[in-house]
Design a protein around this ligand. Structure first.
Ligand SMILES: Cc1cc2nc3c(=O)[nH]c(=O)nc-3n(C[C@H](O)[C@H](O)[C@H](O)COP(=O)(O)OP(=O)(O)OC[C@H]3O[C@@H](n4cnc5c(N)ncnc54)[C@H](O)[C@@H]3O)c2cc1C
Length: 564
């Protein structure tokens, strides 16, 4: 890399938004560089599920339509949003998908109900995933792409795709074969084993980012790691580059056409959380890579007068802390997205009462935790309470089921700190500081709901999304099972996140807007750096990466039009 370098487009951040911008720019014949602050590229996106929400994608024979998707978003979104951005998304997301397909990116349609399946226009075929990718194709970059957390791998080691995840996590028939195949493939790969532990089989977000970066590198796009945006440079009334720093050395990179900010959100900046969020929470409960996304791009744009929108909300995710196996002084975050709604469990606040449908989407459940905490001050954390039947079968955040990790194998220092156990509900309640009678009443209600199959309070298990993560063998309602087999357990569940929903105000072409709603010339933002087009709502699986990639694509097309 050289000081004083000049490109048509400077992309800041190497996640899904940044990668899409870079690939699109290269395809449109623009010279482009990616600046990435970290020593690894790929961002949160590479650690993610890699699911992309694309309504009306027309990649399979289905009857989705723009109108149907519009009806769904219309019913879903509750607050004022920029309607022209929604329209741009509905128009461009299918184009993005077809463009990726034309480049050979193997996108597939996943069966995944939209997160509000009862709303008009909802469907179960709008989520796209990428086939696995052979990471060794990245050559020297193989080990430099951000790795999925080992806790998202089987036995901290084997990469897992979504089909395998569902098979193993629900212990579907034949799950043992799925596991054996995965392990055999890994150990038979002697060449990669010599390089280290990393699985060459990139799955989920790693697969998506692998497929994108393979094509980016093939087009000769430079990626500068350890290279952080510090300031934006303005010349003659337009953003003309950035000041970046690398190991303390500051230098300027010229952007002849414009800068695309794709540097993620601000979830790892506690001061920005305090400034924007009604319930700031803690950075440490975020499930995104630690200390990466700190809102630096947002602050740099604000210094030029950029406005922000929807900054009061995160992509919520219930999470749970556990010490890491190798060093008990250090904790790591585990997502509990699907565990909180499994049969044989209930979530209560510190008053011992329920506050939400636990089987709803993780975003909806997290938002309910926040609302309950703001209303009653008795949430965040809440408690996931379950019995020994649940304990045997399901994960609870990072706690493996007892068929894999029986109680005697649980490290001693976890008990009464991370995991609580008691022979009766009353004793469990005393241990976790929840009124015993209230907890007993809540559990008695749940047992009655399990018998009837109807949750009259919150409708748990009442729609296709809820049931996707339930147990089909549990009848009459796959999400409601009795909680009656002692001992009883509880784990604290935190208000975590997948990143921030709000960010820089942008228009339909991803141009950053100032306080008067005027575009700041030469400045674009996409991904969590920009405000979500959906306001505070999360429409379906892939609802963050879908817009991230679509608006990155639109930003570059706008820049390319300028170039002409
Ligand atoms: C476990 C997990 C699973 C998820 N699964 C899904 C899913 O399946 N579908 C979905 O839609 N969403 C999912 N999400 C959320 C999704 O991953 C993020 O919302 C999305 O990846 C954000 O993409 P991005 O490009 O905006 O940011 P990121 O991917 O976070 O990339 C931002 C990059 O910018 C870099 N950066 C930050 N500051 C600077 C700076 N000053 N200078 C230079 N670089 C900088 C960061 O280091 C980072 O590499 C998941 C999240 C997690 C944690």
């Amino acid at each position: 890399m050289s000081a004083g370098a000049s490109f048509d487009v400077v992309v800041v951040g190497s996640g899904a938004a940044g990668a899409t911008a870079a690939l699109r720019a290269a395809e449109r014949g623009l010279s482009v560089v990616i600046l990435e602050k970290s020593h690894k590229f790929g961002g949160t996106s590479a650690t993610s599920g890699g699911v992309i929400w694309v309504p009306n994608h027309q990649l399979s024979a289905n009857d989705d339509s723009r109108e149907q998707a519009e009806a769904y978003l219309g019913a879903l979104i509750r607050r004022p949003v920029r309607r022209e951005r929604l329209a741009a998304y509905l128009d461009a997301a299918p184009r993005l998908a077809h463009w990726l397909k034309s480049l050979g990116v193997p996108l597939q349609v996943a069966t995944w109900p939209d997160y509000y399946p009862d709303l008009p226009g909802a469907r179960a075929d709008r989520s796209l995933v990428c086939e696995t990718f052979d990471g060794r194709l990245l050559g020297d970059h193989f080990l430099l792409m951000r790795e999925q957390y080992s806790r998202f791998k089987v036995m901290n080691r084997y990469a897992i795709d979504l089909a395998e995840f569902f098979a193993l996590s629900t212990q579907a028939p034949g799950w043992q074969w799925v596991f054996l195949k995965m392990a055999a493939r890994y150990w038979a790969d002697l060449g990669t084993r010599r390089l280290g532990r990393r699985d060459r089989r990139f799955t989920q977000g790693a697969a998506l980012m692998g497929h994108l970066y393979w094509r980016i590198f093939a087009r000769g796009v430079p990626l500068w790691l350890e290279c952080a945006l510090e300031e934006l440079v303005v010349r003659e009334g337009r953003v003309a580059g950035v000041v970046a720093s690398r190991f303390g050395r500051r230098f300027e990179v010229e952007a002849r056409r414009g800068v695309v900010l794709a540097a993620g959100g601000f979830e790892w900046n506690q001061a920005l959380r305090e400034r924007f969020l009604p319930l700031p929470g803690r950075i440490y409960h975020s499930s995104t890579p630690p200390h990466q996304n700190r809102g630096e791009a947002l602050l740099a744009a604000e210094a030029l007068g950029a406005a922000t929108e929807h900054t009061d909300s995160l992509w919520w995710m219930p999470t749970m802390d556990l010490p890491i196996t190798a060093a008990s002084n250090f904790e790591e975050i585990h997502q509990a997205a699907f565990d909180v709604g499994r049969p044989g469990s209930v979530c209560v606040n510190r008053n011992g009462v329920r506050f939400a449908n636990e089987a709803a989407s993780y975003d909806e459940f997290g938002a309910a935790m926040v609302a309950d905490q703001l209303a009653n001050g008795a949430n965040a954390p809440c408690w996931l309470v379950f019995d020994s039947r649940f304990r045997r079968r399901w994960t609870a955040g990072g706690l493996l089921p007892s068929i894999l990790m029986p109680d005697w194998k649980v490290p001693r220092d976890w008990w009464d700190h991370y995991l609580f156990r008691a022979p009766t509900l009353a004793e469990l309640a005393a241990k976790i500081g929840v009124p015993g009678e209230a907890l007993e009443r809540t559990v008695a209600n749940m047992n009655e709901y399990a018998r009837t199959g109807v949750d009259p309070e919150f409708g748990r298990g009442g729609n296709a999304y809820d049931r996707m993560f339930g147990d089909p063998a549990q009848q009459p309602n796959p999400c409601l099972g009795p909680i009656d087999r002692p001992p009883f357990y509880a784990v604290p569940i935190q208000v975590g996140d997948l990143g921030t929903k709000g960010g820089l105000a942008v228009d339909a072409a991803a141009r950053v807007l100032d306080g008067e709603g005027r575009p700041i010339s030469g400045l674009y933002a996409a991904g969590n750096c920009a405000a979500s087009p959906f306001g505070d709502r999360y429409p379906g699986a892939g609802g963050t990466i879908g817009p991230a990639m679509t608006f990155a694509y639109l930003a570059v097309d706008d820049l390319a039009a300028l170039a002409r």
